[in-house]
Design a protein around this ligand. Structure first.
Ligand SMILES: *Cc1c(COP(=O)(O)O)cnc(C)c1O
Length: 459
């Protein structure tokens, strides 16, 4: 008889959550202008808005916080973080920042100029925002397989080498400051990039003399998939795989709110002392002095500890199997999700779910609102609202997929919660043909509009 799967931790502290009634939720979502970001968290029963900064820290992380050194300069906590980064990623230089987008802001202030091209695999929304804010362009070179939601491919986050080479070949080197590889590729469904692909990108980059930067928020989940799926890696540890991955990069930006399992924090790490020197200027200006950069000493301690816990196989297996568990439940109800399931979230195919809602009425946002009304579960739209308008034409950009993301916080919910979420979605699925109209925009910001957008119902 085989043992069923069981979590690699037990629970020491709990936080109550509260169910609500449908009429309550009707009122709240209207007040929130049909934007789930505007809800109060007490109005949410199970919160799958994001896995960013929402994880549960361990007893070891909490105890590391008590040893935080809050000195302005040269704190021991800074050196703890520096040692962990050197140990895990192999980078000699690093700058703490308050979160991932701050790392992008600092690094791109040095590297990105107007009219530059930044090729990569489905750039993360804040990454694209920081590129377009500087009037530069993010060029998506993800493999075509990524946009076929049901196609099973082990590394759907891979960079298409022909697309990348065509960008490198047909443009002067001076306007391509770097290639950015997002691991795992969030926008394409939390899909991993193979180590072979990272090697191939490196080889092309070397050929054209262009640096490679990893957007590394979910690097450990990526390493897990390499171990499980890529030939020759089954017997390597997660940390060995991470070492090998990052030996192929010149620098990294990190949102530590993901795989470092802290509630706030980020960093930039690099090999080049000159890049470190230039980035330090912007770090001091935007984030804080180079040895704290927007983080408290205690938070740097928790982050250093979190990097070690986040790269333990048992933890990663617990996490990623929970994501797969929810995916299997939904598939069992006949709901289309991106296959195979990725590292941190389930992505529901809203075009298949709500075929009667026009793209101009935002089917994914409509589905996210319906799921909330049904159950108090909060997911998030990842499609047209998130894609912003085209910076030149100001028209809506319609990505190939309309997705609702259900992101699973680390070490927070049990599989009973996953069963509840699956049933909630199944209940909306049962009445899907009655949902024929979506939402319209009442108010929107010029960039990263999905966070603050105001919507209304057609009917
Ligand atoms: C979350 C994330 C970011 C931005 O980080 P924040 O900490 O939210 O500012 C950038 N890139 C990727 C891939 C991410 O997942």
């Amino acid at each position: 008889m085989e043992f069923p799967f069981a979590e690699s931790y037990k629970i020491k502290m709990v936080e109550p959550i509260r169910k609500s009634s449908k009429p309550e939720r009707e009122t709240w979502i209207k007040q929130a202008r049909y934007n789930l970001f505007n809800l109060r968290s007490e109005q949410v029963f199970i919160d799958l808005l994001t896995d960013s900064g929402t994880g549960a820290m361990s007893d070891r992380q909490w105890s590391a916080m008590m040893l935080g050194d809050e000195s302005y300069a040269g704190a021991s906590s800074y050196y703890k973080m520096k040692d962990a980064i050197k140990d895990i990623f192999g980078f000699d230089f690093f700058l703490p920042t308050h979160q991932g987008r701050a790392a992008e802001n600092v690094l791109f202030s040095v590297m990105v100029k107007q009219a530059n091209l930044i090729p990569g695999n489905a750039h993360f929304d804040t990454t694209k925002g920081h590129i377009e804010f500087r009037k530069a362009f993010a060029v998506d070179c993800t493999i075509d397989e990524a946009s076929d939601p049901t196609l099973v491919h082990p590394f759907k986050g891979n960079v298409d080498l022909e697309k990348l080479e065509s960008v490198l070949r047909s443009n002067p080197k001076e306007i391509i400051p770097f290639i950015i590889v997002t691991i795992t590729c969030n926008t394409a469904g939390g899909q991993p990039v193979s180590i072979q692909n990272l090697r191939d990108v490196r080889a092309l980059a070397n050929q054209y003399g262009i640096p490679v930067i990893f957007d590394a928020a979910r690097f450990a989940e990526n390493a897990y998939f390499i171990k499980i799926r890529e030939r020759g890696y089954a017997n390597k540890t997660i940390r060995e795989i991470v070492q090998e991955m990052f030996s192929l990069a010149d620098a990294m930006t990190m949102s530590s709110k993901k795989d470092a399992i802290v509630n706030m924090g980020g960093f930039i790490a690099m090999r080049d002392p000159e890049l470190y020197r230039q980035a330090s200027v912007y770090n001091i200006m935007f984030e804080g002095y180079v040895t704290y950069g927007g983080m408290s000493g205690r938070d740097m301690n928790a982050l250093a500890q979190g990097l070690y816990e986040g790269t333990e196989f048992d933890y990663l297996e617990t996490r990623i199997r929970q994501v797969a568990y929810l995916g299997e439940k939904l598939s069992g109800f006949g709901i289309s999700i991106i296959q195979p399931t990725g590292g941190h979230a389930i992505f529901v195919d809203a075009l298949k779910f709500l075929p009667l809602v026009a793209r101009e009425e935002f089917p994914a946002q409509t589905l996210a609102v319906e799921l909330y009304l049904e159950s108090g579960v909060r997911g998030v739209e990842m499609s047209t609202l998130m894609a912003d308008r085209d910076p030149v034409t100001r028209e809506n950009r319609f990505p190939e997929l309309e997705l609702v993301r259900l992101a699973i916080p680390r070490r927070v919910y049990t599989n009973n919660h996953m069963d509840y979420v699956a049933t909630a979605l199944a209940k909306v699925y049962e009445r899907r043909t009655s949902i024929t109209r979506g939402l319209r925009i009442v108010n929107e910001a010029p960039i990263l509009r999905h966070f603050t957008i105001e919507l209304d119902r057609y009917i």
